[in-house]
Unconditional design. Structure first.
Lengths: 114, 112
């Protein structure tokens, strides 16, 4: 079974802090994704990566950056956390080359910024 | 551009009753369609998918969905729900080779 793990289930940070959310997948998938999930809005794509050291902006990249130094690891960085970034963050991976479908999701990190 | 609309934000239903969760999409190109389920405090898992072929797709846990190209719909159905089906359900679409676009989600609440 594909396993996608996220470094924390719950995280509380202060406004202005730099925040790192880590995601690791164990199935040698090429593609990795970061979403945020908010009630009534579904999942919105922040950034994605089709290969190591590659990244592409999703629909809501403002205030975020990403890093993919190794194939199995995809990090989401909040350079200066703000209260409007309080949300559930979901990482996903998929194996189809440059294809986003049939994604496998991690359990999510619920981030609260105070 | 593609978009997905889930027509009901919440669906309450009694145990053993049938249920339909509605999903409509818009796209100018051919798409692949998915339903994902999110149980409380968990990530999403794939319930079923339509890529091509038969328009009636069967998934896990007794769910099925029907792709209707003329109505641009992909409604999810189950003939008899259980308490354990209580979860949030997401419809998603992707143009072939593109990004997944999710609907807003439908909360299914199964009551005894």
């Amino acid at each position: 079974d594909v396993k996608v793990t996220q470094s924390s289930r719950y995280l509380v940070k202060r406004t202005g802090e730099k925040v790192f959310l880590e995601c690791v997948q164990d199935m040698d998938h090429e593609n990795m994704f970061w979403y945020r999930q908010d009630p009534g809005l579904g999942l919105r794509l922040i950034y994605f990566s089709y290969d190591v050291k590659m990244k592409e902006k999703g629909d809501i990249p403002e205030g975020y950056s990403v890093s993919r130094e190794k194939k199995e690891r995809f990090s989401l960085i909040l350079e200066s956390a703000s209260t409007n970034q309080t949300s559930m963050y979901l990482c996903a991976s998929s194996s189809v080359p440059r294809g986003a479908y049939e994604q496998y999701f991690g359990p999510g990190t619920r981030l609260t910024v105070t | 551009a593609q978009s997905v609309t889930q027509l009901d934000s919440q669906v309450p239903v009694f145990e053993e009753a049938p249920v339909e969760l509605r999903c409509n999409y818009s796209s100018s190109v051919s798409v692949y369609l998915f339903w994902y389920v999110q149980y409380p405090n968990q990530g999403l898992q794939l319930l079923l998918k339509y890529l091509s072929g038969s328009t009636l797709v069967k998934g896990i846990n007794g769910f099925e969905a029907e792709f209707n190209k003329s109505q641009t719909s992909f409604h999810l159905r189950k003939p008899s729900v259980h308490i354990s089906d209580t979860a949030e359900y997401f419809c998603a679409v992707t143009p072939r080779g593109g990004k997944l676009i999710f609907g807003q989600g439908t909360e299914l609440s199964v009551k005894p």
